[in-house]
Design a protein around this ligand. Structure first.
Ligand code: CO
Length: 210
């Protein structure tokens, strides 16, 4: 049997199981979505957004990319963010990194990776911001762990620099932004950084005519 066939078979079994539990399940699902959370996570196959927090379909709006980045020129991320905040009116945004992140690890080396260089440059910029602290950590694996945490913190801060978030904070007192890191080896989420609505934003990034 071709490998991908099992996906279609599993899908059929899953859909049947859902209907057996609740015969109006897909009728309700097809009506609308009202998720309370926007999840910005890594593309890594071992960090499935819904699964690690026990969320059902409909509970989580999801954006994933390599190393869970919030890049201010990324039209994809910005479109997801605007839609989540302004239309879905999410109450929380979760930026979720994970220990052992291959993207962050790659950013620490000096290989020319072609187009990936441009994406990983954003992680290298985080390294530069914290190079003093990071270079004080001799153990390479511990240094990587710390960079993964600091990268999550910086992506949370990047969200607060957007006019989308600042406007929602000003007029709607939401969303609350959370920075978490997931442990591949224990399945546990750790809080790294937290920005409640109305948190201070560095003056140079503030918009005064929202
Ligand atoms: Co990763």
């Amino acid at each position: 049997m071709k490998e991908y066939i099992k996906l279609l078979l599993a899908n059929k079994a899953w859909a049947e199981e859902k209907i057996q539990e609740d015969d109006s399940y897909f009728v309700r699902m097809a009506e609308d979505q009202t998720p309370n959370y926007l999840w910005i996570g890594c593309s890594d196959s071992r960090v499935p957004a819904n699964e690690v927090i026990g969320a059902e379909p409909g509970e989580l709006f999801v954006h994933r990319n390599i190393a869970n980045m919030v890049v201010h020129t990324d039209l994809n991320l910005l479109s997801v963010l605007q839609y989540a905040v302004e239309e879905l009116k999410v109450k929380h945004i979760i930026v979720c990194g994970h220990y052992g992140c291959g993207g962050v690890r790659a950013a620490l080396n000096h290989h020319n990776m072609g187009m990936l260089n441009k994406w990983l440059r954003n992680v290298k910029d985080v390294y530069r911001l914290y190079s003093g602290e990071l270079e004080g950590i001799d153990n390479v694996e511990l240094r990587l762990r710390r960079l993964i945490e600091l990268n999550v913190k910086e992506q949370v801060i990047n969200l607060s620099k957007t006019s989308i978030v600042q406007k929602a904070w000003k007029y709607h007192q939401r969303p609350h932004i959370h920075g978490w890191v997931y442990g591949l080896d224990d399945g546990i989420l750790k809080t790294i950084y937290d920005l409640p609505p109305g948190s201070p934003v560095e003056p140079i990034y503030q918009y005064d005519d929202l």
